[in-house]
Design a protein around this ligand. Structure first.
Ligand SMILES: Nc1ncnc2c1ncn2[C@@H]1O[C@H](COP(=O)(O)OP(=O)(O)OP(=O)(O)O)[C@@H](O)[C@H]1O
Ligand SMILES: [Mg+2]
Length: 412
């Protein structure tokens, strides 16, 4: 098998960088054959702030994945997130021009282009344009209009834009690490791929990827995204709160959170105690676990409350028949599910990457949803991806160029 048949997802997260290698087995099924992670030290709230540190982590993560799979990595599908992400809904209309008024591929491309013509600031660029539905002569709810007869074709789309500089820095880090970026994919879109079922997306679902530096949120209705937002708050804030309130270093606070953290009072015993290491050679202290829970719970309430009010403001809260799905490392915090159920008033579940062949144990963890999702996304782009021209030669960088022509000039 050539290196070309290997699909590599690279999740450049705030706490860890994770490389996931997918390969097709002899039945043509995609399997995960390598997973490599490295602590990430060059990001802040999902955005690269230190190129050198990020390059080091990328190399370590990819080398570990290479070692596990026995494959050599050349090009990667990378995730992108950060506070500059924005999702908007737009609509385009065109007249069907084809022979006999049969809707052809070109008509779909034109209507998507029309929907895409929105004014976006100079420092932003379009990352994804995802069709929600097509309307053929006032008949809505059409998923694929090609071959249908009609005079007037409308498209409703979800457009995701991001800051050009954030994307440029990610590509720069990948290039400096000695790899090629074949595409940049919005991280929660990749996570959605790995954890949401088609039924959930059809019924209406709120996906929350609780990361270290950001909480990425997407709402899917009728199978398509309608709302995207990256909140610059995550597990890191919880740890910082603990560090300040308990007067203990960040590392100790993170350890306490992982060992004894909980964000829902009802789940803990009232008399439980937790040992807190102190600084400066002083003896460790004991605190009530309920006090620890109170600190964590109030921050989690703030994060969920913020998400709830935004989703409600957009009118989507009442449309979530599929409930809430939590993923990302922060979703493992005990009580995260219970608190979400209370705040959103909706059934909530933990989202693990779907079962695929290969290294099942290694990748079935909510922190790997983005990495696994990137591989799945790359494997089957057509369903949720921007409708685009026939694929250029893989790895030629042309795919990225198609969408981001002007971004990378300085780098290649
Ligand atoms: N068992 C656990 N209980 C509580 N929190 C946890 C647990 N496991 C991981 N976390 C938290 O999850 C966060 C890391 O999650 P994840 O790996 O998804 O983030 P990331 O992808 O690196 O960051 P981001 O997506 O924000 O850029 C950290 O804040 C960590 O403390
Ligand atoms: Mg993440």
């Amino acid at each position: 098998m050539s290196a070309q048949e290997v699909i590599v997802g690279l999740d450049i997260g705030t706490s860890k960088i994770c490389a996931v290698i997918g390969e097709y087995n002899h039945n043509g099924m995609l399997e995960i054959t390598g997973v490599g992670t490295a602590p990430s030290r060059g990001l802040r709230r999902g955005v690269v702030i230190n190129i050198e540190a990020t390059v080091k982590s990328i190399i370590t993560a990819i080398e570990a994945a290479e070692l596990m799979s026995g494959r050599e990595v050349d090009e990667v599908y990378s995730g992108l997130a950060g506070g500059d992400i924005e999702g908007i809904n737009s609509r385009g209309v065109v007249a069907v021009t084809g022979r006999g008024r049969e809707i052809a591929n070109e008509d779909v491309e034109r209507v998507i282009d029309a929907a895409k013509t929105i004014v976006i600031p100079m420092d932003r660029e379009v990352l994804h344009v995802i069709p929600q539905e097509f309307i053929v002569d006032n008949q809505g709810g059409v998923k694929n209009p090609i071959g249908m007869m009609g005079v007037r074709l409308e498209a409703e789309v979800h457009i995701i834009t991001g800051a050009i500089s954030s994307a440029q820095n990610i590509v720069k880090c990948i290039n400096r690490s000695g790899f090629k970026a074949c595409d940049l994919v919005l991280e929660p879109l990749a996570s959605a791929r790995a954890v949401l079922s088609n039924d959930e997306k059809e019924l209406g679902v709120l996906l929350i990827d609780l990361g270290c530096g950001t909480s990425d949120v997407m709402v899917f209705l009728n199978g398509a995204p309608y709302y995207t937002e990256v909140f610059p708050l995550g597990g890191e804030q919880v740890t910082n709160d603990l560090s300040i309130m308990l007067k203990t270093p960040i590392e100790a606070a993170e350890k306490i959170k992982l060992q004894s953290g909980c964000c829902y009072q009802e789940l803990i015993q009232p008399e439980e105690e937790v040992l807190i290491p102190s600084v400066g050679g002083r003896a460790p202290r004991r605190i009530m676990r309920s006090d620890l829970t109170e600190i964590i719970q109030s921050r989690m309430q703030e994060i969920y409350g913020l998400i709830r009010s935004k989703v409600d403001e957009k009118g989507f809260l009442k449309m979530l028949g599929g409930g809430v799905v939590l993923t990302g490392g922060g979703a493992l915090l005990p009580g995260a599910i219970e608190l979400a159920m209370e705040i959103f008033g909706l059934p909530t579940r933990l989202g693990y990457p779907v079962k695929m062949g290969g290294l099942v144990e290694e990748y079935r963890h909510p922190a790997f949803s983005t990495g696994v999702g990137l591989v799945m996304y790359a494997d089957n782009q057509t369903e949720i991806r921007e409708i685009k021209k026939p694929k250029e030669k893989k790895g030629s960088f042309k795919n990225v160029f198609d969408r981001m022509k002007d971004w990378f000039k300085e780098f290649i």
